[in-house]
Design a protein around this ligand. Sequence first.
Ligand code: NAD
Length: 336
Amino acid sequence: MAKHTIVMIPGDGIGPEVTAATRRVLEAAGLSVEWVELPAGASAIQQGCENVLPQRTLAAIEAHKVAIKGPVTTPVGGGFTSVNVQLRQKLNLYAAVRPVRSMPNIRTRYENVDLVIVRENTEGLYSGIENEVTPGVVTSLKVATESACMRIARYAFRYATRRHRRKITVLHKANIMKLTDGLFLKCARRIHEEEYPNIEYEEVIIDAGLMKIIQDPARFDVLLCENLYGDLVSDLCAGLVGGLGVVPGANIGEHAAVFEAVHGSAPDIAGRGIANPLACIMSGVMMLNHIHEETIARRIKEAYDAVLGEGKTLTRDLGGTAGTSEFADAIISRLR
Ligand code: NAD
């Protein structure tokens, strides 16, 4: 089996705990890998780096093209741009993909949730263009470009086709933001009509759309969103299936991909060995599919589904008492 070189960014807070657990599970499942471990976030500053995203970390991802990343804390103040925003913009990781599905034995108010959020990752209100017009008056610029809107729409339709998904719903506010959200819609509509007419397509105003997701998530399939909406919708949908501990994510670009859970560094539980590593492990499974290690990916997925199905070893966020390592060990023991 080919040996992969993968950049590993432990990150901050619970990041080192969940990434260490992920690493153990991936290796136990048979992944032949050389990890290139590099810092980012508050821990990079503590290690003496000048930027929360050190140049050598960025260069390693550019060179090896694949990274798995723990969550990071961006120090408040100090003028640092968020690591995640920097990574997405500098590596042009234009598509965030977040599958949200009901998991065995995790009881929530909803059953049979199976959604995928495709979020535009590089512009919108995350462009970071803010101005003080005059003291007491500030603005934040929402940017939409035709090339980025076309690119994310095409990605979503291509993803839907490859994954045999039936429908794309664009969540928007084009009734108010006629130019920016209007362009986003126009591009999605065009890709649908010209390239993927076989995929069902709908446009839903986001406020009513959120209500509809809460009322009946099963009516949705792939949710295509601009940057800010995608951020909010991801956490909302995580709440439908048991919280942030069970939602993985991928940030995909033409030349590199960074895999990470949707959750943050959870400073409230950091260092206590109780974080749920599942979202990070699931992000690892997305990464394995990306690098064409589908067999190992399936083995790990079947193992964590089995552990959840038995319901004996669950972390606290899922109603159990298991710690991070114990949960990872349970998955390893179920690997076939
Ligand atoms: P958070 O996701 O860290 O935590 C929200 C809540 O969910 C907390 O109660 C936390 O304990 C719980 N939680 C999160 N992940 C969990 C897990 N794996 N297992 C068990 N419980 C879990 O969100 P926050 O508190 O708003 O943010 C904390 C820090 O993380 C901030 O500095 C924020 O900027 C950063 N953040 C980073 C990323 C990233 O690097 N991808 C994403 C979101 C937030």
